[in-house]
Design a protein around this ligand. Structure first.
Ligand code: OOG
Length: 236
């Protein structure tokens, strides 16, 4: 599909493209996303959810959950390789056994570890503007991530304070409870969307549960830190 190619080239050349003029549905959008990932030529290191918190949905004017794919090179965050990057705090889960049905996501051991995470999003569209379908096609703006030290998963750790700092100043303070009301639901929602698009979430995959606060611009040289109560810190 032409859109996958155009999005791939936009990322490589750091030149945003206009939003597609043709309408397409969500199922087609996930097909374009898959094609875009084939063009990247990398295996998956995990998946991510988007628009899981009210703050993010309001910021972007979008109302549904979206699933994106993570690849190993996204773990090498380098501001110079993006178009207009933004950064946001996330809860990261480590998948302990292959998830290919929603039931798998509910089984003990589906998730074995949890960590503070940071996600870099970088829309390949001009002005960071998109529809639900066009952002799905653009792999949900996925561009980079960083994960703090893993700690054993404890299902009671669901409503934890989040402190998001840039250059030593707090920019947002929130709670992981803002993620779907309870970030543990993210595992089930990710499974539901993965089943819908025909994707299995492999053992060892990273699952980014969605931003706990709105995103902030990521400037060259900025010191970004997320600290989540009990989970610890992650820095960029
Ligand atoms: C889409 C990605 C949103 C989140 O955590 O809500 C997202 C975007 O805002 O560009 O990853």
């Amino acid at each position: 599909m032409k859109l996958a190619q155009a999005l791939h080239e936009a990322a490589l050349s750091r030149t945003p493209i206009p939003q597609p003029v043709d309408d397409f549905d969500v199922a087609t959008a996930y097909e374009i996303q898959e094609e875009l990932l084939t063009l990247r030529g990398e295996p998956l290191s995990g998946v991510k959810l988007g628009f899981t918190s009210e703050g993010k949905r309001r910021q972007m004017g979008v109302n549904d959950l979206i699933l994106g794919r993570l690849t190993p090179s996204m773990a090498e965050v380098d501001v110079a390789k993006y178009i207009h990057p933004r950064v946001e705090p996330e809860v990261a889960y480590l998948v302990g056994r292959r998830i290919e049905t929603v039931e798998d996501a509910l089984r003990p051991g589906a998730v074995v570890a949890v960590a503070a995470g940071l996600e870099v999003i970088d829309s390949r569209y001009e002005n960071f503007r998109f529809s639900l379908e066009s952002v799905i096609a653009d792999n949900t703006s996925a561009a980079g991530y960083a994960i703090g030290p893993w700690r054993a998963y404890d299902p009671d750790d669901w409503n934890l304070g989040v402190l998001f700092e840039i250059d030593g100043r707090p920019v947002h303070v929130g709670s992981t409870g803002a993620i779907l009301g309870d970030p543990r639901r993210a595992v089930v929602e990710a499974a539901r969307l993965a089943v819908q698009v025909g994707l299995a979430i492999e053992e060892g995959a990273i699952l980014l549960a969605g931003a706990a606060t709105p995103a902030e611009p990521l400037r060259e040289g900025a010191h970004v830190q997320v600290e989540i109560q009990r989970l610890g810190k992650v820095v960029l």
